[in-house]
Design a protein around this ligand. Structure first.
Ligand code: HEM
Length: 131
């Protein structure tokens, strides 16, 4: 059925996919996100998404969401942005973040799709140094 098809899509996606509620609390995470950030699914669920980012994002992320909820002004939703993520071991990496919004039972939720840019950046650096 549809539910198992959706599950298969999440399970097989190469990009990390994370959903949060309107308070930034993680409600879904896929295997690519586990691999990218170095945590197991159970360590994500129920936690604020801001544990996956370094300062100043970490401190400010609740405010970003609240600003959006209050004003409707989109800074990343439907636009995307290159930002910095933080792995379990504390190391940081460049990532492209795409955010979209959906509602379930009148509750607002967000989906984040994260593409790891670290290999791409390393290639860029190597090419520059070879010149
Ligand atoms: C907004 C950073 C992950 C949901 C933002 C903004 C930044 C940011 C810089 C815009 C601030 C502004 O200009 O006002 C990050 C970083 C992440 C991350 C560094 C690294 C893990 C996520 C994820 C989700 C998410 C995974 C959703 C599941 C949102 C929402 C907004 C937002 C809903 C407000 C809407 C908007 O600005 O369009 N985030 N974010 N973020 N982020 Fe994140």
């Amino acid at each position: 059925g549809q539910a198992s098809k959706l599950r298969a899509i999440l399970q097989s996606a190469l990009d990390a996919i994370i959903t949060i509620d309107s308070r930034g609390v993680i409600t879904t995470v896929n295997p690519a996100a586990e691999k990218l950030f170095g945590y197991e699914q159970s360590a994500f669920l129920g936690r604020n998404v801001n544990f996956l980012m370094p300062e100043p994002y970490h401190r400010e992320h609740d405010g970003y969401i609240n600003n959006y909820l209050a004003t409707g002004r989109r800074k990343i939703i439907g636009i995307g942005r290159e930002v910095t993520g933080r792995r379990r071991d504390g190391s940081t990496f460049p990532m492209h973040l795409a955010v979209s919004e959906f509602q379930i039972d009148g509750e607002r939720h967000f989906t984040g799709i994260i593409h790891d840019l670290s290999a791409h950046k390393a290639t860029e650096r190597a090419l520059r140094q070879a010149q």
